[in-house]
Structures are given as C-alpha cells and as structure tokens.
Design a protein around this ligand. Sequence first.
Ligand code: BTN
Length: 239
Amino acid sequence: NPFPEALPGTTVIGAAIHWYPEAPSTNIYALECERDGTVFIAEHQTAGRGRHGKRWHSAEGLGLWFSIALAAPLRGVSFGAALAVRNALANKVAVDLRWPNDLCCASRKIGGILVEQRGNRIALGIGINVNHRPEDFPVYLRHRAGSLATATGYAWDRTEVLTQVLMHLDDMVIRMRQGGHEAIHDEWTKACNIIGCDIRRGAIVGRVTAIDGDGALLVMTGTGPRRLACGDITIVRPI
Ligand code: BTN
C-alpha cells in the first residue's frame, strides 16, 4: 500500500484511509460507511462509475480512484470538491473546471467527480488520471482524456497528490458545513467561465445566464429560458 493509513492534522477527512488492490467501485464502500470522513482508495476499479451511468476507466496503479464517506446533507459538495482538487494542484498545474463538472488540463479531461447519496450517507467519489500516457487510455477516450503526466510531461507522486487533495477537501467540507455553500457555488461558477457564452445543444441555441444550485445551466434562447441539467454542449461563441 503506497498510501498512509490516516492523515494527521485534518478535522473531518482521513482519520482512516482504507486501501484496496482492487474494488468494484470505491463509492460502494463509502456509501456503506458510517464514519464521517473515512477514505476508500483502490489501485484498480473493475466497475468504476462515471456520472449518468457511464463507466469510469480506472487503470491499475496510474490514477487516484477514491471515495470519501460523508454525512448528508452537504450542499454543493460536488462544486466544493472540484475547487479543492483545483486548489490542491494550483502551484503545479492549471486545472480548469468545465461544466457539468469535469476537471481538465490543456482541454483534456483529467478527472471527474461522482457524488452518490443513500439515506443520510454521501459518497464523494473522485477520479484523477495521474500517470497515464496516451496509450494507457482505451482508444475511445484517447482524443479527449489526459492525465497530470500528459499535461506536464513528468510523472507525479500519487501519495503527494492524494494528501494535498484530502487536505484541501478538509478545508472545503468545513466551509460547507459552516454555511459557505453559496460562496462555493459562486466560486465554482466563476471558475467554469461559461456565463455569457453562446452555446448549442441539438436544436437549443442560447446564451448562458447562470448555473443553478443543482449545477444546471440556465440558458436564454430565442423562445425563452431553458434549463440544461447535463449533456454535451458546444460553445458557439465564448464571451
Ligand atoms: C465523471 O463521470 O466524470 C465522474 C467520475 C468519477 C470517478 C470516481 S473514481 C472513484 C469513485 N468510484 C467510482 O466508481 N467513481 C468515482
């Protein structure tokens, strides 16, 4: 196990870090866990989950595939998590946040966040592609996926990345629990840099006016306002 068994000095996150050589999806373990802030990390996931029922490619030993068990409710947790990852890496590489909630470096998706809830338990699942080379991705992902290594040209220490991310998440969870979710939502919205852009999805063309509390895009079209909860959009004309 290359990772520490606990993280000293944090308030909520990482009192225990459970490591598995293989797991179906670390979110499953987090959803079953009662202890707030417990981390589950796997070297490899056999049924990694992405948003909207998609699969998440979780290559062995190359990324960080982990989930944190948290007590619900925790408003804005997916936005806070994206900001925490971005802030954790900010002094080494620029991470862009892309709607609906992708982590990107140099226009390639390097990570994603999947929040699942069951009763009063939340699983905050985070996947970060760390040391993948282009050929480590399956062909269908190669044109749009990247890793910290493909973005920077050097290999990263996964333990260091995990530690930094968990420390930033700890601050973020405390902020959320102290009622900071609106400020966090605003920060995330700003970071997404999509307000005012002209976008298209299928027949829908319009200008983005806001992102609501659930992360949906509010778009003003020629026939009135529309709400887009998810899906692939094309930015027709950036501001
Ligand atoms: C996305 O579709 O962008 C979200 C991807 C989330 C992947 C992470 S990896 C750890 C955790 N376990 C899973 O099965 N999914 C999340």
